[in-house]
Design a protein around this ligand. Structure first.
Ligand code: ICS
Length: 471
């Protein structure tokens, strides 16, 4: 039935485009699961002429991985636009004093002019680096986040960074994340991971190590998510020595190799690092999911199982302590949200990681899609979804709109680019990148807010007013 629906939507395309886009859809069947994800194409170039939801490499490095490191200054190197439009949009919260030891809410750009394109921007970059150390004496380091023209004109940011690191006596990290590299922001994650590996990881030591030292990897503290996660691990008796990269510091990047276990939330954006630390430092890693109580209990227990009886007892105690509050939230909101149909389309992780939280509230994920997921993400997604649901890769704006209407969904969860179209259609919508300026959504603290937000959105009386007007 859903297969026919997808076919109908794709019918509007010219033959070649239809054939191409067909490969990015999969109906979740046992057969599809057993063949792996052989039928679903992902991580390939978006089709020219249709509206892709994807971002670029620079977004993946500056916006996602490096940007949240709060005590370094990240230079958006190139023309003004990339810096301006990536300024403060990702809600990666950080403690500290703005401009003193926290630069996450600032935007520093080399603001390329025509002369920089013609004669090169290297000289300018040196000047900016000196200015940064004068203006922000407590900045611990600098990164250079390359925008497209830097690669096109062949500037040698590596040489500048090396020279200036010596002169200014601080880590200066050149990152080759020019937007044209790769097919989405995903390669930017990889490039940023490689730069962490090559320039900072292992560069500092930890005075004292312990048996319970862990890293949080791939939590960017969107709306305070990393804080809501960290307290759970600490309540269990673990010591978080590094938090990557939400509310993170240069030092946390440098000492992470001293942990006993890497705990990774966003596998898509930081799997490269946990792989590397496993190979180079023999640190095991495991994935976890702190969206919704079911997944949180499951993850906490799996994490505790990696440690001794003390931690395991703490874990059970803690679950017993929080469970009544979680049950109360479910009892309150489930009757209002049960069987509501949800369509999700997010970046590379949340399209599967948030499913459990919706299901805890009795909601039904009928379709889920990613902007830039890879094969390994889809392999993790298929088993999480119900038989017959639609899984989409890099869906176009048109495809999403048509599907949402044909599936008659009660809620769409996606990003700001999508949001207002659905509002105008009278379809309840939540931003699942920024949490719609709410959050956190991780952990027990987060679920309380998640449930309230979904109820507030789905059951708002305003949708009926819009829908009636149409008729
Ligand atoms: Fe990972 Mo928006 Fe994360 Fe994921 Fe990643 Fe992005 Fe955001 Fe989205 C992200 S790192 S910015 S969990 S915090 S690039 S919401 S894959 S697309 S689903």
């Amino acid at each position: 039935e859903n297969k026919k629906l997808v076919e109908e939507v794709l019918e509007a395309y010219p033959k070649k485009a239809k054939k191409d886009r067909e490969k990015h859809f999969q109906i979740n069947t046992e057969e599809a699961q057993s063949c792996g994800t052989c039928a679903l194409k992902s991580n390939i170039k978006s089709r020219p002429g249709v509206m892709t939801p994807r971002g670029c490499s620079y977004a993946g490095s500056k916006g996602v991985v490096w940007g949240p490191i709060k005590d370094m200054v990240h230079i958006s190197h190139g023309p003004i636009g990339c810096g301006q439009y990536s300024w403060g949009t990702r809600r990666n919260y950080a403690n500290g004093t703005l401009g003193i030891d926290n630069f996450t809410a600032m935007q520093i750009t080399s603001d390329f002019q025509e002369t920089d394109i013609v004669f090169g921007g290297d000289k300018k970059l040196e000047v900016i680096m000196r200015e940064i150390t004068e203006m922000f004496p407590l900045a611990k380091g600098i990164t250079v986040q390359s925008e497209c023209p830097v690669g096109l004109i062949g500037d040698d940011i590596e040489a500048v960074s090396k020279k200036m690191a010596k002169e200014l006596d601080m880590p200066i990290v050149p990152v080759r994340c020019e937007g044209f590299r790769g097919v989405s922001q995903s390669l930017g994650h990889h490039i940023a991971n490689d730069a962490i590996r090559d320039f900072v990881l292992g560069k500092a030591e930890l005075a004292e190590t312990g048996p319970y030292d862990v890293n949080i990897i791939g939590d960017y503290n969107i709306g305070g998510d990393a804080w809501a996660s960290r307290i759970l691990l600490e309540e269990m008796g673990l010591r978080v020595i590094a938090q990557w990269s939400g509310d993170g510091t240069l030092n946390e990047l440098e000492i992470a190799h001293k942990a006993k276990l890497n705990l990774i939330h966003c596998h898509r954006s930081m799997n490269y690092m946990v792989d590397h630390m496993e190979k180079a430092y023999d640190i095991p890693w495991m994935e976890y999911n702190f969206f919704g109580p079911s997944k949180t209990y499951e993850s906490l227990r799996a994490i505790a199982a990696r440690f001794d009886a003390t931690i395991q007892e703490n874990c059970e105690k803690m679950i017993a302590k929080h469970k009544p509050a979680m049950d109360a939230i479910i009892n309150k909101y489930k009757p209002r949200l049960e069987n509501k149909k949800v369509l999700l389309m997010i970046g590379g992780l949340r399209s599967r990681h948030t499913i459990g939280a919706y299901e805890d509230l009795g909601m039904d994920i009928v379709a889920s899609g990613y902007e830039f997921a890879h094969k390994d993400d889809y392999e993790r997604t298929f088993p999480m979804m119900k038989e017959g649901t639609i899984i989409m890769d890099d869906p176009t704006a048109y495809e999403l709109e048509e599907l949402a209407q044909k599936l008659n969904v009660d809620l769409v969860g996606s990003g700001v680019k999508e949001k207002y179209v659905y509002h105008k259609m009278g379809v309840p919508f939540r931003q699942m990148h920024s949490w719609d300026y709410s959050g956190p959504y991780h952990g027990f603290d987060g679920f309380k807010i998640f449930a309230k937000d979904m109820d507030m959105t789905v059951n708002s009386p305003v949708w009926n007013l819009i829908r009636k007007k149409e008729k």
